[in-house]
Ligand binder design. Structure first.
Ligand code: AMP
Ligand code: MG
Length: 336
């Protein structure tokens, strides 16, 4: 028997995910259904329609894989923000319905915090500088004085978005199991020449929109092979990320570096950060792909941490928070 079980729902962007996790951290189910647009980027309304369509199926599958019945669940957690409004609302609605029907506590979880906490749990990391890089977020953070402070972040678009837009401009297509960033990575591995592109770090913050525009312009000029452009885009963008992470590490004097988010799957980014971390005698770890990209397990685990500290969410306060910042959240459970 389990001391308790949490069902977590993730729906901030293109993924609808459900995880079931025990209070002591055993992962019983991790089911995900990703919305792939026919063309262009994520359309929030269409993505939310996808989530509403698959929610029942994904939840049923999670119960089946976990081998537990709905009434055995102790708490329901959901991604309350930040993210796309229509997508967040589907997850919140499903979570409210489940919590009311089962008469269980509801916990609204900060999505960025969940990414860090699942990494700390799975990778057995204590007190890292975390680089969280995904389709919608680019954040360098570390714990200081009760919260995960944001040391650096993007001033415009997220790194994953930058790679995805460039890929679409180049006519590349994603497939299930092979997102656009992975398609770029494959092409980049065959690139040889470093084409000059703008490198933009402002203080501790990053900007990718100028880099994207310059890369797209070079693509349209057709002067360089696509492989070289993918290679250069990665080299420049990942160097920027590594620089800011390194400065946060030097400033905080932490001994661990954690890489997470969908872009964490990239081997070249991993390599740059590993080399940097080694130079600072810091331990480097990468969250495994299924828990680094958006997933319900991380929401369930963060929900458990909140619940253990009495941080539940009443139905009245369960409205979604589109711009909810990581550094707005208190982290009372943290022990470095
Ligand atoms: P997430 O927002 O966490 O669901 O992650 C999705 C983002 O990760 C998208 O922008 C993907 O293109 C990106 N991504 C996935 N795999 C890779 C990879 N191997 N290299 C770079 N980016 C990737
Ligand atoms: Mg996603």
């Amino acid at each position: 028997m389990y001391e308790g079980l949490c069902l977590g729902i993730e729906s901030t962007a293109d993924d609808f995910g459900v995880g079931i996790v025990s209070f002591d951290g055993e992962i019983l189910a991790n089911v995900n259904d990703v919305y792939i647009p026919e063309r262009g980027g994520i359309h929030p309304r269409e993505a939310s329609r996808h989530h509403a369509n698959v929610a029942g199926k994904v939840i049923a599958e999670a119960f089946k894989r976990a081998g537990v019945k709905p009434k055995e669940i102790s708490i329901i957690a959901f991604s309350q923000g930040p993210g796309l409004g229509p997508c967040l609302r589907v997850g919140a609605t499903v979570a409210r319905a489940l919590a009311s029907y089962l008469n269980k506590p509801l916990v609204g979880v900060n999505h960025c915090l969940a990414h860090i906490e699942i990494g700390r749990m799975i990778n057995r990391v204590r007190d890292p500088v975390t680089l969280y890089v995904s389709g919608g977020n680019t954040i360098v953070s570390a714990f200081e004085a009760g919260r995960y402070r944001v040391f650096g972040e993007t001033l415009d678009i997220a790194i994953g978005n930058c790679l995805d837009v460039f890929a679409r401009e180049a006519g590349l297509r994603s497939e299930p199991g092979k997102p656009l960033g992975a398609v770029i990575e494959e092409l980049a591995s065959r690139g040889r020449r470093l084409v000059p592109l703008p490198y933009t770090v402002k203080g501790m913050d990053l900007s990718f929109s100028g880099l994207l525009t310059a890369a797209v312009n070079l693509l349209r000029e057709g002067k360089y092979p696509l492989e070289d452009l993918c290679f250069s885009l990665q080299e420049i963008a990942f160097s920027m990320l590594t620089e800011v992470t390194e400065r946060a590490l030097a400033h905080t004097e932490k001994r661990e570096v954690l890489l997470t988010g969908g872009v964490a799957a990239n081997k070249r980014l991993q390599e740059m950060l590993r080399v940097m971390a080694e130079e600072h005698d810091a331990r480097f770890s990468v969250v495994p792909k299924e828990y680094a990209t958006d997933n319900g397990v991380m929401i369930a685990w963060a929900g458990i941490l909140c619940y253990k500290y009495g941080l539940t969410t009443s139905i009245e306060r369960s409205f979604v928070k589109l711009k909810w910042r990581l550094d707005d959240v208190e982290v009372p459970w943290f022990e470095g």
